[in-house]
Design a protein around this ligand. Structure first.
Ligand code: BGC
Length: 393
């Protein structure tokens, strides 16, 4: 399926959830709401794939208990992740097929909003490396693109911001259709490329301080459901070769839904933190979003008692999992699209913020200056109601 690149004002574009959503209604219960999907009957944990000789160059970390004595995150990880506080996603910039394709670039005007003297010191930087890497197993990252991302990371770090850098939207990895402007690779090298990209990223940023954190992959789903635990362990091993104590954030499948946390198996690595995404009530947050098929009708509001209960239930699931594993939990994405009524968006944001903070969960709003944007790039100022609900007193 192809679709036009969205114009700047519509630039939030999530074909990731599209494939699942297009298969309505059967798939609806299992994956419709992406991060906030209703739980299906508790599935048995997927067995690790029986050997991946193709991935022999990237062995997984040795398995070990994920809970119990000696497990859980190191104190420094709690300190760094909880210290993220109220953050922002620099979305629709490097996660577009190419920088600028979705209407935004990593302009100095945006970078100046964060860090020292800015409205937040915490930035999540989503990057679609796969579209800037060679199509073979080596996935050599284009030097100009690499330098551009590196320069952006360094500009943010120089301002005193913490940066959470990830791999975002590698469509074939999830088994999704490609976006316009993307190229296909041989299916035999899809997973190898993921690991080879991490090899390069981890090497390139190895000498940065602890304010730089990594996130293994955004919203794994679809094809990755039975593969994720194995692949994340291999990726972590690659990362750890040069970044032994860097905070690495890992989320579950089903688009990082809290419902999928029971299926997430973490290697015994004390510098790993957890993340979930939370877009419930989805009918409200994604109304009118063209990348969700069928498009959800406009007019849904937020937040009824029932909606609040749903929002809290997912946060409570996430909090309980974090407690069980003794690891900090970051809400890496939540937000409501511009087509939702403004008053409802404000209620939603304040309710989410209070609920996350009551559970000691730092968060990153999706996103800065596009269709969910807290910042209006035309007027060059924050949208006051959204800003106040998120970052105000
Ligand atoms: C995707 C974005 C999308 C957002 C809201 C994110 O995970 O990366 O493209 O706009 O979710 O649907």
């Amino acid at each position: 399926m192809s679709r036009p690149i969205p114009p700047a004002a519509e630039a939030d574009f999530l074909p990731a959830r599209r494939a699942c959503l297009a298969a309505l209604p059967l798939l609806l219960a299992g994956c419709a709401a992406g991060p906030g999907a209703q739980p299906s009957a508790a599935p048995a944990p997927a067995p690790a794939p029986a050997g991946r000789p193709d991935l022999a160059a990237y062995p997984p970390l040795p398995a070990g208990p994920d809970t119990g004595p000696g497990s859980g995150a190191a104190p420094a990880v709690f300190q760094q992740v909880l210290g993220l506080g109220r953050g922002i996603n620099f979305g629709n910039i490097f996660d577009a097929p190419t920088e600028g394709a979705w209407g935004l670039k990593a302009d100095e005007a945006y970078i100046k909003l964060v860090g020292e003297g800015g409205f937040t010191r915490s930035v999540r930087l989503p990057v679609r490396w796969s579209n800037h890497a060679s199509a073979d197993a080596a996935a050599r990252i284009d030097p100009a693109f690499f330098a551009r991302v590196e320069q952006t990371v360094d500009r943010l770090l120089a301002r005193g911001a913490s940066v959470l850098l990830n791999i975002h939207h590698y469509r074939q990895f999830d088994g999704d259709p490609l976006d316009p402007g993307e190229f296909a690779v041989d299916p035999a090298v899809v997973d190898l490329r993921f690991l080879a990209m991490w090899q390069q990223i981890a090497e390139r940023f190895a000498n940065r301080g602890p304010a730089l954190m990594f996130e293994v992959y955004n919203e794994p789903h679809g094809r990755l459901e039975p593969l994720w635990n194995d692949l994340l362990s291999r990726a972590l091993r690659v990362i750890r070769q040069r970044n032994p104590e860097r905070v690495v954030v890992v989320g579950p499948t089903e688009w990082n839904s809290a419902n999928a946390l029971p299926r997430l198996v973490l290697p015994p690595d004390r510098f790993v933190a957890l993340t979930v995404h939370h877009y419930e009530p989805f009918e409200f947050t994604h109304q009118g979003a063209a990348w969700v098929q069928p498009v959800k009708p406009l007019g849904a509001n937020c937040c009824s008692t029932e909606q609040q209960a749903l929002m809290l239930r997912l946060l409570d699931l996430a909090a309980a999992d974090a407690q069980r594993r003794q690891r900090p939990m970051l809400v890496g994405e939540f937000g409501a699209y511009s087509k939702a009524p403004l008053a409802g968006r404000v209620s939603y944001l304040r309710f989410m913020r209070n609920a996350m903070e009551a559970r000691q969960m730092p968060w990153m709003y999706w996103e800065l200056a596009s269709g969910f944007g807290v910042y209006d790039p035309m007027a060059q100022r924050m949208r006051p109601d959204l800003f106040e609900a998120l970052y105000g007193r």
